[in-house]
Design a protein around this ligand. Structure first.
Ligand code: NAD
Length: 291
């Protein structure tokens, strides 16, 4: 089946980036969110990010205008029923994702492929609650979507070959690279990345180092482009905690227990860049470590 129109659920950090790259690749995009503010902010941010690509000479002004014209927002989830491919990119909570698919099902065309951008939740379990587990996949983009090359493709136990092939073809058309992961908690990237971030928070919690020394150590000592705490703020501490909980529960191994300090930051609402405070305070001109 040719995929031309794509529905995106969730207009947050990931939803806006996903809309950006699909529109630039020529797909028609229909995006929804429970928050109209989030949708307005996403459209404004996509416009600014495309503008930056124009000023760098990466795309033309015509391509920017055409991409923006291809993105339509709607407050009604049911409108996404007419799209060929749905990418769910809402908050990382299983009950939210299940409710979205449940509400969408009665409005879907029979051939529509359903996917989730979840960082960690079982694709097989999400798929099993829909009417089309064979047409359900994990479609995991990295943040920031316009910059990051990788898309993890995750087959659920029932995913059929035409669905996988259609999603792989989409990744190719986006000009990105796919890596295939089996459906186990947090797949490949986050299975390896999140325990490292969690360990950095433990090092902070136990006083092995402070925010600055931990990030400097990994940047200069391991050649990472960002320190683990800076990266955690970038991803969102609520998302990091949610992924650690999925690893802990899904793999039943205490080595994945989330650091209590990570939980405390999330309880404080210090979720990182998106709330202007996390391991760094972003309210001033320069980020300032909070510990
Ligand atoms: P976010 O908090 O920036 O955005 C989530 C959006 O979902 C919000 O705008 C919220 O209003 C919306 N939402 C919540 N419930 C909804 C509903 N019922 N219907 C429609 N919209 C709803 O989060 P994010 O970082 O964009 O993450 C979204 C998904 O992408 C999560 O599953 C996350 O695990 C995954 N992901 C995140 C990253 C990352 O680095 N942040 C990377 C890869 C994948």
């Amino acid at each position: 089946m040719a995929i031309e129109q794509v529905g995106i659920v969730g207009a947050g950090q990931m939803g806006n980036g996903i809309a950006h790259v699909f529109a630039l690749a020529g797909y028609d995009v229909l995006m929804t969110d429970v928050s109209t503010d989030a949708m307005d902010a996403a459209l404004a941010l996509i416009g600014r990010n495309l503008e930056r690509q124009v000023s760098r000479g990466a795309i033309t002004a015509e391509a920017r205008a055409a991409a923006l014209a291809r993105i339509v927002t709607t407050p009604r989830l049911a409108d996404l029923g007419r799209t060929d491919l749905v990418i769910e990119a809402a908050t990382e909570r299983e009950t939210i994702k299940q409710a979205i698919f449940e509400d969408l099902l009665p409005h879907l065309k029979p051939e529509t492929i359903l996917t989730s951008n979840t960082s960690s939740i079982s694709i097989t379990r999400l798929a099993s609650r829909t009417d089309r587990p064979e047409k359900f996949m994990g479609f995991h983009f990295m943040n920031p979507v316009p910059v990051m090359q990788l898309v993890e493709l995750i087959r659920g136990i029932a995913t059929d070959e035409p669905t996988f092939a259609a999603c792989k073809e989409v990744v190719d058309r986006l000009g990105k690279s796919a890596a295939t992961a089996e459906d186990f908690p947090a797949f490949i990237v986050n299975r390896i990345l999140m325990p490292m971030i969690n360990e950095a928070v433990y090092a902070l919690y136990e006083g092995v180092g402070n925010v600055a020394s931990i990030d400097t150590s990994l940047k200069l000592g391991a050649n990472h482009p960002m320190g683990p705490l800076e990266l955690a703020d970038f991803i969102g501490l609520d998302t990091c905690l949610a992924i650690m909980n999925v690893l802990h529960e899904g793999l039943a191994d205490t080595k994945y227990r989330p650091c209590p300090l990570l939980t405390k930051y999330v309880e404080a609402g210090w979720l990182g860049r998106k709330t202007k405070r996390g391991f760094y305070d972003y309210r001033g001109e320069k980020p300032v470590p909070t510990r």
